[in-house]
Design a protein around this ligand. Structure first.
Ligand code: AMP
Ligand code: MG
Length: 406
């Protein structure tokens, strides 16, 4: 049986990054850059005030007796272009973000002056007195303070976050070259499955995997096409696979029907109309996991048990989607966590549901309950999946293990 590492390598070798497209900036959250972003201009683009106050020449105040009074020769709101050049003894009222007038080299905040009318709409005074001196450069944000034209700001392969979009807007990037969202067809399989809005009946359960998996697919930055539920028949499975092919997706994901049950048709249909690379991985939960191609489209058949399907997705499908999306700095972060109590395992690479506890600033993890692959509650209560390596049957209390944070 394949190890997790071997299986992942085999899967990843079938994926290449999607094509590029130009997307309006407002639609770029979570998208992956297909080209480096180089600053076209300095930021800030001009010297400006970081305070509401008065622009002055610091030399005028350097050796003066306080308070000192200066003439106010201009009023400079944000967005305006100052036309004055300050001469000795002159100042200008200036607002936060407004361009600094020529001659000025510092700003004194309005709070440090004798000008007490600070309501919106008040006109500038004729003169202004200060009770303190300032250093040259004080309360000024010089042009290029944050970054310079030509600087590399974000690299190809980076997934755009909220603050990145703000930065792109600052740089005047209205459209961004990103990779196309991977498209994933998803279906469940099993005669016992009901749609979530059908009442439960004898022997049946609601299809829950398609909800978990669709959310995971979207969270990975891909588009999901939900194809519904296949019956446990050859024809029904083939029909949904064909629908996926017609949609020209990058990947087909299904759950259940890939084990050794008498009605597990999924892997047989794949084998006959495509290629089955493998259908078992040495891990727990999630051993019956199939990978192959259906009419040249990569196919992952996740196990049916809800926790196995989730773990199989995290370990194999998410990295495949990250590769498709062109992500360079992806890979779900793994951290090391300390086990509070002893943990038993069966020697297969195991993914156990655990909760992080913090006491006196020390983090430890405890298992969340039933670790059976059908027990979804313990996954709902977990905030980490502990990875117990192959060959390990017991992790003593106090030892650290690797974990995927959920
Ligand atoms: P199978 O892989 O078809 O043998 O299914 C394994 C277990 O997973 C069975 O208990 C199924 O009822 C359950 N199962 C399969 N598909 C789903 C699904 N979509 N939602 C919830 N449970 C499922
Ligand atoms: Mg089944």
């Amino acid at each position: 049986m394949l190890s997790v590492t071997e299986a992942l390598e085999r899967i990843l070798s079938h994926f290449e990054v999607t094509a590029k497209e130009m997307v309006p900036l407002a639609k770029c959250a979570g998208r992956v850059l297909a080209a480096d972003i180089i600053a076209a201009h300095d930021l800030p683009p001009f010297d400006n005030s970081s305070m509401d106050g008065f622009a002055i020449r610091s030399a005028d105040l350097a050796n003066a007796a306080l308070p000192i009074t200066l003439d106010v020769v201009a009023d400079i709101p944000a967005g305006s272009v100052p036309t004055v050049t300050l001469a000795q003894g002159q100042s200008a009222r200036i607002m936060t973000g407004a361009q600094l007038p020529k001659g000025a080299d510092a700003v004194i905040p309005v709070e440090d002056t004798d000008f007490h009318s600070r309501d919106a709409g008040t006109t500038a005074p004729q003169t202004i007195s200060f009770t303190r001196t300032v250093q040259a450069g004080e309360n000024i944000r010089p042009r290029g303070m944050d970054l310079h034209a030509g600087d590399m700001i974000l690299q190809k392969g980076h997934k755009l976050k909220a603050q990145d979009l703000g930065m792109l807007a600052m740089l005047g990037v209205a459209e961004v070259q990103v990779h196309k969202k991977p498209r994933v067809a998803l279906f469940s399989s099993g005669d016992e499955l009901l749609e979530v809005d059908s009442p439960l009946s004898e022997g049946k359960i609601h299809d829950s995997n398609s909800y978990t998996l669709a959310a995971l697919i979207e969270d990975a930055g891909a588009e999901v096409l939900r194809l519904g539920i296949a019956k446990d028949t050859w024809e029904s499975v083939e029909d949904l696979l064909q629908k996926a092919v017609n949609e020209d997706v990058d990947l087909i994901v299904s759950s259940a029907g890939v084990s050794v049950g008498a009605f597990d048709f999924v892997k047989d249909v794949i084998e006959v109309n495509g290629k089955l690379d493998f259908w078992r991985v040495n891990m727990r939960p999630g051993k019956p996991l199939a990978f192959g191609e259906y009419r040249s489209i990569p196919f992952v058949g996740l196990p049916g048990n809800p926790v196995s399907a989730f773990v199989g997705f995290k370990v194999f499908v998410r990295p495949a989607l990250e590769r498709l999306a062109g992500l360079m700095d992806g890979a779900s972060p793994r951290v090391r966590v300390r086990c509070e109590g002893e943990i038993k395992s069966d020697g297969r690479e195991s993914y156990l549901r655990a909760k992080i506890r913090t006491e006196n600033g020390i983090h430890t993890v405890v298992l969340t309950g039933h670790q059976g692959s059908g027990n979804l509650l313990s996954l709902v209560q977990a905030d980490a999946l502990l990875i117990i390596p192959a060959g390990v049957k017991c992790v003593p209390a106090g030892q650290e293990v690797e974990a995927i944070l959920l």
